[in-house]
Ligand binder design. Structure first.
Ligand code: PMP
Length: 425
């Protein structure tokens, strides 16, 4: 018994297995747990790493002598732009430092495209009959929410370990002028942990597109968020696109949301110098300048780009054991049974779990009924619709290590019960 795949078991063996899982689930419910694995948020101990920010800055002049307390400087202060230009492998002239949320910058970019059009566009996107985005799935739910908010259509492509399925992406982008862009989380993707390879990035940069103003929204939220010593270096999308003759195609985003304070960090946009000018021009219609005090505070806190890297190693020390716990419980409880596959990320904030087709929603419901909150099944797909009903996003950063273990044991019980029910039906 033990590790025989469920699909290879006799009806009697399966019935016994189902009965055992029901018993295990009843025992789980009786424990009256209250656990939550839904949130890709830093844990309090991670936030504590940056508490020195609360007493900074000590100065109110930046390196250029600008009084950061006052209005102005839409593109952000020079030192923080230089620091993150180095970390993101772009030129300081190609980066803007803004407020606390890169997601807001993404919405601003889409709004500017919608109302005013791109630097390489023929008309505002809002004047097109239809606008469509390519969405690698599973992906980040808020990207899909943003598209939905604009009324932008979606077409999905599989997200593989090396990035989106490029044969599909190239076919779609070349054939349909309504297809205006693609979301990419290039490093440690949410939720798969995929890292876009240099080869995939080069294809994205050089592919012919039916729309002249096709945009790669390169959301590098986890650029520096390594979980192992095997530190991925994000492909240089700006350089690749420029070399391919499409300098205005990519717009990169990043932030310190999971470096310092998720609610009080600094967000960045990096793109061609023309795109940066385009962005700040439109930004200027509604802002006089960002929170430069917070930017200076971050500069003083980190000291240098290397200071950021060293700080990220402290996050890794807190996060890596939690991810290891997720993987070891999955392997121990589900390995060899043919009921689930999961990612083994080397960075980022998530583990992507695929259960038996048609059972993800059931697993999430079973977990809920046992006091365990999981991200809704389908959340990583546009419209919340996972056509195979199999994907569940696990976010182990916020709970304590002990709670992560307890939660994962419970999740495994739910996966097994749902699988046994499904195969017995
Ligand atoms: N992009 C991705 C892929 C994310 O996972 C997150 C955080 N969940 C964000 C963006 C949000 O970034 P910010 O806090 O800078 O708005």
């Amino acid at each position: 018994e033990g590790k025989t795949p469920l699909a290879d078991r006799s009806p009697d063996e399966l019935a016994a297995f189902l009965a055992a899982q029901k018993t295990a689930y009843d025992a789980l419910q009786a424990r009256g747990l209250k656990l939550d694995l839904t949130r890709g948020k830093p844990a309090p101990e991670q936030l504590d790493l940056s508490n020195a920010l609360l007493t900074l800055p000590t100065s109110y002049k930046d390196a250029d002598g600008v009084d950061v307390r006052n209005y102005g400087g839409l593109e952000g202060i020079r030192e923080i732009r230089e620091m993150f230009a180095e970390l993101l492998w772009v030129e300081p002239s190609q980066i803007v430092a803004g407020g606390n949320a890169s997601l807001v910058m993404m919405r601003e970019v889409l709004t500017d495209l919608w109302l005013h059009g791109a630097v390489d566009g023929e008309r505002p996107w809002g004047q097109e009959e239809k606008v469509t985005f390519i969405c690698p799935v599973p992906g980040y739910d808020r990207h899909f929410t943003l598209l939905d908010w604009f009324g932008i259509d979606t077409v999905t492509v599989p997200m593989n370990a090396d990035g989106p399925d490029m044969d599909e992406v190239e076919r779609l982008a070349a054939s349909d002028p309504s297809i205006k862009g693609i979301w990419i989380v290039p490093t440690y993707a949410n939720p798969t942990g995929s890292v876009v390879t240099q080869e995939v990035a080069a294809r994205l940069a050089s592919m012919p597109t039916a729309a002249p103003d096709f945009k790669i929204l390169w959301d590098n939220a986890y650029a520096l968020h390594h979980l192992t010593q095997d530190e991925a270096k994000t492909a240089d999308i700006l350089g690749l696109c420029s070399a391919a003759g499409h300098p205005h195609r990519p717009i990169q985003f990043a932030s310190t949301s999971k470096i310092t304070f998720a609610g009080a960090g600094v967000a960045f946009l990096a793109a061609s110098v023309e795109n940066v000018g385009w962005y700040t021009k439109h930004l200027g219609a509604g802002a006089i300048g960002p929170d430069k005090v917070n930017q200076l505070r971050h500069v003083e806190f980190f000291g240098s780009a290397d200071g950021v890297r060293q700080h990220m190693a402290k996050h890794r020390d807190i996060l890596a054991p939690k991810f290891a716990a997720v993987l070891s419980v999955l392997e121990e409880k589900l390995g060899g049974l043919g009921v689930a596959t999961w990612t083994d990320p080397t960075g980022g904030y998530f583990v992507s779990l695929d259960v038996v087709d048609g059972t993800a929603a059931r697993v999430v419901q079973l977990a809920k009924d046992a006091g365990i909150a999981l991200t809704p099944a389908g959340a990583s797909f546009p419209g919340g619709n996972d056509p195979r009903d199999r994907n569940i996003r696990l976010a182990p950063s916020f709970p304590s290590l002990e709670a992560v273990r307890d939660t994962m044991e419970a999740v495994a019980t739910c996966v097994l019960l749902a699988a046994a029910e499904h195969l017995s039906a």
